[in-house]
Design a protein around this ligand. Structure first.
Ligand SMILES: NC(=O)C1=CN([C@@H]2O[C@H](COP(=O)(O)OP(=O)(O)OC[C@H]3O[C@@H](n4cnc5c(N)ncnc54)[C@H](OP(=O)(O)O)[C@@H]3O)[C@@H](O)[C@H]2O)C=CC1
Ligand SMILES: O=C(O)[C@@H]1CCC=N1
Length: 268
């Protein structure tokens, strides 16, 4: 059976990650991409006949919206020709609520998704929230389209999506910052740059893999590294001090979630 016809609006970092997952699957998916300034990769896909680039809009099975939330209100009207009575709309935009999608696009068949960039290598997590009238079959289609990016979670209540965005959507950036900060600190202590960067990245990779494979909670794994009176304890006394990492993370995730809520208000 042929797969669904898909129109992808915006093939930037996340949109292109989605499309490359669909292209890596079996069969020849029907993918139409709308992007005014397509990247080299997207242009190559089009040249090789893998996708059709900037075709005339017509109703498709699934419309995937992957533009910036600030762009959406200005272009929403122009997306209507892609939408028929049965079209499922999948939005990955931060801070754009199901109600706003429904009102601007004139359909209730909408699912909001928060993916993350590790999806580009199949190691991401996508969290879905859906409007009431989305059918089980449509949820299944959405799940299949998101599967190449990694784990798919939900549907969850939409009220959780701002915090989800602050945690898993933006979260990879926090981890990359930690790698940068660890390497910079080691360099400041005299380690050569290349060795510092290599050790920071491998340590984060190893710790993440151990956490995923282990049955133990992150706090137990942390304690297993921490010998009483040892080196880790000396570092954690600083990281977990008042105003240290836990409180900073609390403030950071609150700021990200609040920004998501603010974006919702801006796009009203
Ligand atoms: N990056 C991330 O980690 C995550 C992003 N998201 C969400 O994904 C969405 C896209 O983010 P991201 O991929 O990072 O951003 P990008 O800027 O990389 O991608 C957006 C793409 O949309 C294109 N575009 C702009 N205007 C139009 C238009 N009128 N029609 C079609 N395409 C258009 C842009 O082109 P141009 O560059 O020429 O403007 C660009 O290629 C956002 O809503 C974001 O909230 C969600 C989860 C994680
Ligand atoms: O920074 C952003 O707004 C987007 C949403 C989550 C990750 N990137």
């Amino acid at each position: 059976m042929a797969g669904p016809s898909i129109a992808l609006i915006g093939a930037g970092r996340m949109g292109a990650a989605l499309a490359s997952g669909w292209l890596a699957g079996r069969g020849k998916p029907d993918i139409r991409i709308q992007d005014p300034k397509p990247s080299e990769t997207v242009t190559e896909w089009a040249g090789a006949g893998k996708v059709s680039l900037n075709p005339e809009p017509e109703p498709v099975d699934v419309l995937v919206i992957a533009v910036k939330p600030q762009v959406f209100p200005k272009m929403a009207e122009s997306l209507k020709p892609w939408i028929g009575p049965q079209t499922l709309v999948l939005s990955i935009m931060a801070g754009t609520r199901l109600k706003q999608l429904t009102e601007r696009l004139g359909t209730g068949h909408v699912i909001r998704v928060m993916p993350n960039t590790p999806g580009a290598i199949g190691k991401g997590v996508s969290v879905m929230a859906k409007s009431d009238i989305v059918m089980a079959k449509q949820l299944e289609i959405a799940g299949k389209l998101l599967k190449p990016l990694g784990e798919v979670i939900g549907p969850v209540d939409e009220k959780h999506m701002s915090v989800v965005t602050g945690l898993s959507g933006s979260g990879p950036a926090y981890v990359f910052l930690m790698a940068e900060a660890m390497a910079d600190a080691a360099m400041a202590e005299g380690l050569p740059a290349e060795l510092a960067e290599q050790l920071a990245a491998l340590t984060i990779e190893g710790a993440a893999a151990l956490m995923v494979q282990s049955d133990e909670a992150p706090s137990a794994l942390r304690k297993a590294v921490t010998s009483p009176g040892g080196t880790t304890q000396a570092a954690l006394d600083i990281l977990m001090d008042e105003g240290g990492m836990p409180i900073l993370m609390r403030k950071a995730i609150r700021a990200a979630a609040n920004r998501d809520r603010e974006l919702s208000r801006d796009t009203d």
